[in-house]
Design a protein around this ligand. Sequence first.
Ligand code: AMP
Length: 418
Amino acid sequence: MHQTKTDIEATPMTFASLGLSAPILKTITQLKYTQPTPIQLESIPAILKGRDVMAAAQTGTGKTASFTLPILDLLAQGSRVRGNRVRALILVPTRELAAQVAKSVARYGEHLPLRSAVVFGGVKINPQMMKLCKGIDILVATPGRLLDLHQQNAVRFTQLEILVLDEADRMLDMGFSDELKKILALLPLKRQNLMFSATFSDEIRALAKTMVHDPVEICVNPANSTAKTVEHWLYPVDKKRKNALLEKLIKDNDWQQVLVFCKTKQAANRLVRFFEQQAIKSSAIHGDKSQGARTRALREFKNNEIQVLVATDLAARGLDIPQLPQVVNYNLPHVAQDYIHRIGRTGRAGVSGQAVSLVCADEFDELAEVERVIQQLITRKIMKGFEPAQVLPESRLDTRPIKPKKPKKPKKPKLLAQ
Ligand code: AMP
């Protein structure tokens, strides 16, 4: 029997106390996860009970395991999957996130006789069709490629039991609402629905209404807060001296694994060329890079073959780089909310990290906006020899409430019309 919430509060927080089965507990022990993260604590029992879940959680909170572990457990108890059928579908916005979630699913399900697979666009469709022939218990997919596969009769949803929508907010930001609507219309009405999103705007709530029923609502990150384990500060610096300052920081501190955020693809490419000249191994990851190049860059970064990964916000969204020690904002983001996503790449699941921003006088407005969103002034440090000639004005905290973004008009009726 699964424990109630009161029982959990009264007993030590262990994975076993959440009601997970022995094969899953074995994997958790091998992974050296000693205790569930807050989101896992709440979502695992709810999902095991068959409830719908709507969770506000960012990458780095342990959210992938929070849905994957109980799904594996539920599927292990059910009937066998038939050819070209799928029993659980995990929809994600990007190819990188798809590959990453699929890897977690395979790892967490290592001791269970379940089949999982991943499908996304930008690569050949035929091998994916072959994989689906035998039937797949857990399929991780991006929306466009899933619809292509469905159109070609490679996948059918008659056996679908569970739907997960991961990073729902980014899914809508990337314009996938039509695809989502089409996919939802193909699925059996009786199913368990799990929805994860870093933010819960009106638009996301409208989507949730069409998808989840009487959900258990979970919020582990108070909206717009930064992870407690991240230490973040900024260096005021002239624009033309940013490269040299970054090189100094990397060399002086012997940073071995640094994720650097740039505002544009061009800036990311320029920075990689600069690092090449300094004999610092780096790669860029952004929308103009082929799927192969992006996957390779991420793999090399994770394996410590390259020291610096330079990314744009869209490309970096949802990347899982375990225990990343260093994040650098070479530019502050256009969208202040992205500051939270960016520094969320470090200090993950209780491991502390550092996020450093290099801010020039031109970026004062962006800085003020970020400070308003996080409701704190970012500590300023001066690097000797890099004192800016163009002064970055002192900021004052703007405490006026931030109005929630109105859902975009054309999208709303479509979402509600499901
Ligand atoms: P996620 O939020 O799903 O991207 O997970 C962030 C990272 O936390 C991943 O590298 C996981 O392997 C790790 N992780 C997930 N759950 C736990 C846990 N209970 N204890 C320690 N690490 C965890």
